[in-house]
Write a new protein. Structure first.
Lengths: 360, 93
């Protein structure tokens, strides 16, 4: 079995492969050299795995490209994979998220983009259509851009229903129960530090959301200050930050198999986006945020970098593998749920997105 | 009406490999020229302007040596025989 790790960076994409159950990795690249790759996914639902990349051609604008031969050739839809209809009066600035739907909807791929918008593809990611229900939401004019731009950066389709959950910065968490037609904000309990109301209905800067293995109703959120859990599909959120050295950060990853297990990578604060004391560490909970354990075997001290919201992921092995990349171009992998880490790559450009999959 | 379009090397592959195009324009403005290019070379046209029809922020279009941003934008006239040059602006990192 081959394990594939796709690494999107500010200046290209690298593909790492492991043939020995994730103990060692061979790096292949750069692909898409000089293109910013802010979103990447590996779609294993197809006869041949498809790697999708949300790229920014620098001067020449954003699009989605894909390869069905692991980087041997890259394809681009002739008339553009993702662009607003003329009446929207907007232009896609960056693709922030590419999310294949479930095996039951094999050609459906979701995209989140800047400005805050959700997109749906029914041809495997070759072309996307704007989800008008969210775009036309009356709240949209009040969604402010964060420092990196205003974007839908998290898309979580539910395998067993028509529920779709998105998160955006800013805006917060919105949920549709009908596949994207109607949307409602679900942010009760998630705090805001950058406005006069600490608990608004919407407008939060939620950095990332992950779904627990046990139920789609249980989710975890890394917020712009604060780590939260919901057990009722976002209707209410409670803090689970006690025990962490800092409650700021960008990614949050959940176990695909073990309920209650999730990981974060804390940073000091919004004005100090570095690991506490320069110690790059992953923190793991086994009890849905009740307690946290620091994991650092194989990770460096004296590190003043940061991990971006999509630069941390898990694979689907029974014993979960973890992967993350830093803004100083290092990529780390763990084959044992974070107990130990090994260095996969270093000296790459800023790592923006990583995704891993075992290839059939 | 015929104009000459000069492309940077990185865009030439999207126009059949040529950096110099002689384009029969259906219309009289830069926007008309870009519409004509879009019909023949859709990927090339998307590199130059976004879906609102505006020239991308870090792309410069010159009509006989003058930046259209300081003229009438994509409404800038292009008389017969005009030379239109597309260049990436000073940007990057």
């Amino acid at each position: 079995m081959t394990d594939l790790l796709a690494i999107g960076t500010r200046k290209g994409l690298w593909l790492a492969r492991s043939e020995d159950d994730r103990r060692s990795w061979t790096l292949d690249g750069p692909h898409l050299l000089a293109q910013e790759v802010a979103a990447v996914s590996i779609d294993t639902r197809r006869p041949r795995p498809r790697v999708l990349a949300g790229i920014q051609y620098g001067h020449w604008g954003p699009t989605v490209t894909w390869t069905d031969d692991l980087g041997g050739s890259w394809n681009e839809t002739e008339h553009g994979a993702i662009h607003f209809p003329e009446e929207a009066g907007a232009a896609v600035a960056r693709v922030w998220q590419l999310r294949p739907d479930t095996a039951e909807r094999p050609d459906v791929v979701w995209a989140g983009a800047e400005p805050q918008s959700l997109w749906r593809s029914t041809d495997g990611g070759c072309s996307f259509e704007l989800v008008r229900g969210l775009w036309d939401h009356p709240h949209r004019p009040t969604w402010e851009p964060g420092g990196g731009g205003g974007a839908v950066h998290t898309v979580l389709p539910d395998a067993a229903s028509d529920r779709v959950t998105v998160a955006m910065s800013t805006g917060g968490v919105y949920v549709s129960e009908d596949g994207g037609e109607k949307w409602e904000p679900r942010n009760k309990g998630i705090t805001v530090t950058f406005g006069p109301d600490p608990l608004p209905d919407y407008g939060q800067c939620v950095h990332k959301v992950a779904v627990d293995a046990s139920s789609p109703d249980r989710m975890y959120a890394q917020n712009h200050f604060g780590v939260f859990r919901t057990d009722d599909a976002g209707v209410s959120w409670t803090s689970i930050a006690d025990g962490l050295p800092a409650d700021f950060g960008f990614p949050i990853v959940s176990s695909p198999h073990t309920s209650g297990t999730a990981w974060v990578i804390p940073l000091v604060a919004d004005m100090q986006r570095v690991p506490p004391d320069g110690r790059l560490r992953v923190h793991r909970t086994r009890d849905a945020g009740g307690t946290w354990t620091e994991l650092g075997d194989g990770l460096p001290d004296g590190n003043w970098s940061a991990v971006m919201r999509d630069a941390f992921c898990a694979d689907d092995h029974d014993t979960t593998g973890l992967y993350f990349g830093t803004r100083d171009g290092c990529v780390y992998a763990s084959a044992d749920e974070g107990d130990t880490f090994t260095l996969v790559a270093d000296h790459l450009p800023d790592v923006l997105a990583v995704r891993a999959a075992a290839l059939p | 009406m015929s104009v000459e379009v000069i492309l940077p090397g990185v865009l030439a592959d999207l126009a059949g490999g040529s950096k110099h195009l002689q384009v029969e324009v259906r219309g009289a403005t830069v926007a008309d020229l870009l519409d004509t290019l879009a019909a023949d070379h859709p990927l090339l046209a998307r590199r130059i302007r976004d879906e609102t029809g505006q020239v991308r922020r870090f792309v410069n279009v010159y009509v006989d040596g003058d930046d259209v941003r300081f003229q009438q934008g994509v409404a800038t006239p292009i008389p017969d025989g005009t030379v239109v040059q597309v260049l990436p602006s000073v940007a990057g990192g």
